[in-house]
Design a protein around this ligand. Structure first.
Ligand code: SAM
Length: 249
């Protein structure tokens, strides 16, 4: 079956991606991310699915890890290429659902909620299978994903506020029948004009569903943390960093 994948990160989005995600470039975020990924790579090559502009891949490569990326958007790859250190990361343009690259990897990782950009269960399972196909036995697949705030939704309510400041109001919209969600962002400029932007669709999944996808792909859960600092994952956690290991040989 031929999949048609919409590229939501074309030239205009790629041009402002880094400044629009500035908090994700904070060393307080990237430091523990790179440290944990480098530990899991354990001297072996790493593959980043949806590598984007190299936010994580470039500092991970600078840390001494050999990093390859798969990325759907050529415009995002062009941004990566233009950065200092970008030439240390090799990239294949393609869909992480089914793009294979040569070589074997000790680590495959998919961060910043991007498993949700794949909006069907079948395709999310295929991402797990593709990750597993690139791993050596004992190698790790890491996913970083925020948790849907469904517990805040009473009755048939579809909307939950996730941010409310002077500058920004963020509201998540959930369709629990399809497990699709969108984020609505309202922001104001200095003149008082208000702007509304709705995100691309995401498919959310509880960690337990991801564990089953991992099992289908021949992976088993090794660790689940609340964040990159390896803090404990609890019922109050708002995100998870999960590590599945390829069952060998
Ligand atoms: C939120 S950005 C994350 C980029 C980078 N991993 C980071 O942490 O900054 C999502 C990226 O996923 C890419 N992407 C979305 N769906 C994809 C797919 N099916 N295959 C490959 N890349 C995909 C987008 O083009 C975009 O660059």
């Amino acid at each position: 079956m031929t999949r048609v994948r919409v590229n939501y990160f074309d030239t205009d989005v790629a041009a402002t991606y880094d400044e629009g995600s500035v908090e994700m470039f904070d060393p307080a975020v990237l430091g523990p991310t790179v440290e944990l990924l480098a530990d899991l790579a354990a001297g072996r090559p790493a593959l980043e699915l949806a590598v984007g502009t190299g936010r994580v891949a470039i500092p991970l490569a600078a840390h001494g890890v050999s990093v390859h990326g798969i990325e759907l958007s050529q415009a995002m790859v062009d941004r990566l290429r233009a950065k200092p250190g970008g030439d240390a990361v090799t990239v294949t343009v393609g869909d992480m659902v089914d793009t294979r690259v040569p070589g074997e990897f000790g680590l495959v990782y998919l961060v910043f909620n991007t498993i949700g950009n794949v909006t069907t269960q079948d395709d999310q399972v295929a991402v797990f299978e593709n990750a597993a196909a690139h791993l050596v036995p004992g190698g790790c697949f890491v996913v970083e994903k925020s948790l849907p705030i469904l517990r805040r939704l009473p009755g048939d309510e579809r909307f939950a506020v996730f941010d409310h400041t002077e500058e920004h109001v963020g509201i998540d919209e959930y369709d629990t029948a399809t497990q699709l969600m969108w984020s609505h962002h309202y922001s104001s400029d200095d003149g008082g004009a208000t702007y509304h932007r709705t995100s691309v669709p995401f498919r959310y999944a509880w960690p337990a569903e991801l564990d089953l996808m991992a099992r289908i792909a021949g992976l088993r859960l090794r660790d689940r943390w609340a964040d990159w600092d390896r803090s404990e994952f609890t019922s109050s956690s708002t995100k998870h960093v999960s590590v599945w290991e390829k069952i060998g040989p």
